[in-house]
Design a protein around this ligand. Structure first.
Ligand SMILES: *[C@@H]1O[C@H](CO)[C@@H](O)[C@H](O)[C@H]1NC(C)=O
Ligand SMILES: *[C@@H]1O[C@H](CO)[C@@H](O)[C@H](O)[C@H]1NC(C)=O
Ligand SMILES: *[C@@H]1O[C@H](CO)[C@@H](O)[C@H](O)[C@H]1NC(C)=O
Ligand SMILES: *[C@@H]1O[C@H](CO)[C@@H](O)[C@H](O)[C@H]1NC(C)=O
Ligand SMILES: *[C@@H]1O[C@H](CO)[C@@H](O)[C@H](O)[C@H]1NC(C)=O
Ligand SMILES: *[C@@H]1O[C@H](CO)[C@@H](O)[C@H](O)[C@H]1NC(C)=O
Length: 817
């Protein structure tokens, strides 16, 4: 029996022998192709080069157990790259310091711990927390640890020094660029004037963005996982002379980190193993107006609306139209008993406060109201924060209120703001006399208002709407720098153009709303897309659509002419296309004859050109994500125009793939990798195009089981016929006798290539166009698409917009018709 165990024992021995170590010792230095791997396999330490072309190498720590490009969490020699990696070596000296040196023996980087010569042997170990520590072999305490020297990332349970003996420390310094770990302009740390209460992101020496003031709420953000909600807790610690910041996580967060990126964005992120991507838990700055003091004094950045924008505090009005000089009081404060305080909830309270220590809420309120120069106060009970010298926090303001924000519910805190007299005072004694007078006045005012509105309202509304839109564009920087020629149409004009959204003007129901035909005063016919009210999704889609389409100009894309925001109404005004959408013809027994082959072929090529423009011709890559016949509109010459950019995704020019958290689209047209993993690329659009192409050729819907009972979908059906050499049977009978068959067959082949399971097997749109226009291009043979084979497609008419939350297994149908 014993013999049987020998090989197993041997294997175990071998594997432990080959396994990378987690320790660095005097006798075993680290050279350029070695790595240390923490015991549990979560982190690795070694040499890396951020780009393949650059010959600069760095010693760093990254996540070992996550796939894809390395996420670097720490860099040792960020400002002194190694140029000859083959000779670089990390050693421990006999003085217990760690030294990174190059071939010439120059020290590139050294740890800063005390030199302990002649003592016990020192070694370094990479822990599963991501901490790299130097210890003496006879002691538990570390002599040096990478957690004390963060670069741009904070890991869970890492204690970050904020201030020491009242001197602030810089906690994080961002990378200079996406591939350049050297110290960049952005840094983050405690605010020198109140390091224990708030943190700042700096651009050089200028404040860039300010955190919330410490208010005893320790939860930064939460993520809802399938069976638990996980949260990220922030804690502040005061130990000896030092004040520290730390965060911990609870409930199933795999790898959480806080990172200050090279653009100055500070994010909490969590690794989502289902989607293989980082999920943003929270980030700041959240919008352009969220940057430090960007709204001007007495103005706040309102982050609750669709479009974050500067607003005046209650009782204030804009000093100028652009809020650049902030807001001024409607009524000046007098130092008398008339003033009162309004409560503004969910605020990021202003900067430049006085901190009054150790008083109760009532004392804090009294402190402010008894002193004429105090214009606002805020109070928090910090007893839950722990380890603070003071368990209360009374802040009062005497000067300008700057850098204010307003969040949606359950974030931020109350700000009590002093305003000049008005409400409630004199009322009680004189109420009997005043009430009738007030009632009469009110009536008169109403009548007057109605009259004024009739005459002035139109102008004013146009103005404010225009202002909102300008604000909007100035805050959305996705496509900055391009000019938009755009008109802002008033809600009244739209009401009259669409005859009060009369049902007789209804053209159809698109994604997230209804579409009406309208005739503007000047006689132009337009299509008005009215987004459904109150749909949270609609808001995001609206933002996308406006920013995008306003700047897109292509023969095969629908043109956006204008837009209107009116209270919670959001409207988009498009060119009117009399021939409606492709599905109206394609799937209608009577009207399909209007589409002969040459028209269909033109439509296919037009869609392909439109897609090519979105994918490759712009400075940015745009992925439509919801390509289907009802989103292809036809003008009077039957030229196809791609519409409905509500779900489009924009990428930087050299990025063409991403994992998205929200999987949206229409089932049947979505590619397998997108449905399953949320991986979205231009090839997902190629897949949808392939489905569309097969539909145009066959006149069959992707999901029409009644037409092809023996096959689960059009793709399987098309593949079977192609495989059996009977592809002509797929061709729609309405034109099969009057078309050049070789052209149709070529289209089927392109269609099948576009719906291949693997994105890499699908052609680029540029190749599709060349192939369709040039008979001599030789095409590869398509492989069998198997992914959706077993899937039972039903739904017929239904448009299923799927939103895939962090859990890919729970796909929720949000909207149907
Ligand atoms: C590589 O990047 C470093 C750091 O930014 C820079 O100093 C160096 O010049 C770059 N080298 C090359 C070959 O581009
Ligand atoms: C190591 O220690 C010895 C004596 O203890 C000393 O002479 C030598 O310089 C040390 N080497 C280094 C690299 O510090
Ligand atoms: C950072 O500051 C520099 C000037 O100090 C400025 O040119 C740059 O635009 C700022 N960056 C951001 C993102 O505001
Ligand atoms: C769900 O619950 C199970 C059992 O309690 C646990 O093992 C698993 O980690 C949880 N999953 C998530 C994502 O929290
Ligand atoms: C009012 O408060 C300011 C700021 O705290 C202080 O400098 C001033 O002395 C106070 N005035 C009175 C009358 O208490
Ligand atoms: C803060 O809250 C705790 C418990 O919620 C309470 O015991 C304490 O008295 C409060 N402190 C102040 C100063 O109000």
């Amino acid at each position: 029996m014993a013999m049987h165990y020998t090989p197993i024992f041997f294997l175990l021995f071998l594997s432990s022998f080959c396994k990378s170590d987690d320790q660095l010792t005097r006798t075993k230095p680290l050279t350029h192709d070695d790595i240390l791997i923490s015991k549990g396999g979560d982190f690795a330490l070694g040499f890396f080069s951020p780009t393949s072309s650059n010959k600069s190498f760095y010693l760093g720590i990254w996540y070992h157990s996550i796939p894809g490009p390395r996420t670097i969490v720490w860099v040792a020699n960020r400002d002194k790259p190694i140029t000859t990696p083959s000779s670089a070596v990390l050693t421990i000296t006999n003085g217990s310091q760690m030294v990174l040196s190059d071939s010439k023996g120059h020290n590139i980087w050294t740890t800063t711990n005390n030199i302990v010569a002649g003592g016990p042997e020192a070694f370094a170990v990479l822990l599963d927390s991501g901490n790299f520590v130097v210890r003496l072999s006879n002691a538990k305490d570390q002599m040096w640890q990478s957690f004390d020297h963060p670069t741009d990332t904070i890991l869970p349970n890492m204690r970050v020094l904020v201030s020491y003996k009242g001197q602030v420390a810089v906690s994080l310094v961002a990378w200079k660029g996406p591939d350049d770990p050297s110290s960049g302009d952005f840094s983050c740390g405690g605010d020198p004037s109140s390091p224990t209460l708030q943190r700042m992101i700096w651009n050089g020496t200028r404040p860039y963005c300010r955190s919330n003031v410490l208010n005893g709420v320790s939860v930064t953000g939460g993520v809802h996982l399938s069976n638990a909600s996980s949260v990220l807790f922030e804690t502040s610690l005061s130990l000896g002379d030092g004040f520290y910041y730390m965060f911990t996580v609870s409930g199933g967060l795999t790898f959480a980190r806080l990172t200050l990126d090279y653009t100055g964005m500070f994010r909490s992120l969590n690794w989502n193993p289902h989607l293989s991507s980082w999920t943003v838990i929270s980030e700041s700055p959240k919008a352009a107006c969220d940057l430090y003091a960007s709204c001007g004094p007495f103005s706040y950045c309102d982050l609750t609306g669709t479009v974050p924008a500067c607003q005046c505090l209650d009782g204030f009005e804009p000093s100028d139209l652009k809020f650049s000089r902030g807001c001024r009081r409607k009524e000046e404060l007098k130092c008398d008993k008339q003033s009162y305080f309004v409560t503004l909830p969910w605020m990021r309270i202003p900067d430049k406060f006085w901190h009054v220590k150790k008083i109760s809420f009532n004392e804090c309120a009294a402190e402010c109201s008894s002193n004429c120069s105090c214009i606002a106060y805020a109070y928090a009970n910090l007893s839950s924060v722990g380890a603070m010298a003071d368990s209360s926090r009374c802040l009062i303001w005497t000067g300008e209120l700057v850098d204010i924000g307003k969040f949606s519910m359950n974030y931020g805190e109350n700000l009590y703001l002093r305003l000049a007299n008005t409400p409630a005072d004199k009322r009680s004694s004189t109420i009997k006399i005043v009430l009738p007078i007030v009632a009469c006045l009110l009536l008169l005012t109403c009548i007057a208002l109605v009259w004024i509105c009739k005459h002035r309202g139109k102008m004013r509304k146009k103005e404010t709407q225009k202002k909102m839109m300008l604000e909007y564009f100035s805050t959305s920087n996705e496509l900055e720098g391009e000019n938009t020629e755009f008109s802002f149409i008033s809600f009244e004009d739209i009401l009259s153009a669409t005859n009060m959204f009369a049902d007789s003007n209804l053209l159809g129901r698109g994604g997230f709303g209804k579409v009406y035909k309208g005739t503007l005063e000047c006689g132009n016919e337009v299509a008005v897309k009215r987004l459904s009210k109150g749909s949270g999704q609609g808001t995001l889609e609206f933002r996308n659509e406006v920013v995008l389409i306003a700047k897109l100009q292509h023969k095969n894309l629908v043109r956006l002419l204008g837009c209107c925001i009116h209270q919670d109404e959001k409207l988009l005004i498009y060119e009117y296309l009399p021939n409606k959408s492709l599905d109206v013809f394609l799937f209608d027994v009577a009207r399909k004859y209007e589409l002969d082959w040459s028209t269909r072929f033109k439509i296919i090529k037009g869609i392909a050109r439109g897609l090519l423009y979105l994918h490759q011709d712009l400075r940015l890559t745009i992925i439509h994500r919801d390509l289907k016949p009802s989103n292809i509109l036809l003008d009077k010459e039957m030229i196809p125009k791609i519409s409905d950019f509500g779900m489009a995704k924009i990428f930087g020019a050299n990025q063409n793939q991403a994992n998205t958290i929200r999987v949206v689209g229409t089932y049947g047209y979505m590619s397998p990798e997108y449905v399953i993993g949320g991986a979205c690329s231009t090839k997902s659009d190629t897949y949808s195009f392939g489905v569309l192409l097969l539909e145009i050729v066959s006149g069959l819907k992707i999901s029409s089981p009644q037409l092809i009972p023996t096959f689960s979908s059009l793709i399987t059906y098309a593949w079977r016929l192609w495989e059996d050499g009977k592809a002509t049977e797929l061709v729609d009978s309405s034109f099969v006798d009057s078309c050049p068959l070789h052209e149709v067959l070529r289209c089927i082949q392109v269609g099948l290539l576009c719906v291949q399971d693997r994105p890499d097997d699908r052609p680029l749109m540029s190749l599709v166009i060349v192939t369709l226009e040039n008979e001599s291009v030789v095409l590869p043979a398509p492989k069998q698409p198997v992914y959706f084979d077993l899937r039972n497609c039903d739904g017929g008419e239904a448009r299923e917009s799927m939103v895939n939350s962090a859990n890919p297994m729970s796909i929720t149908t949000l909207e149907g018709r």
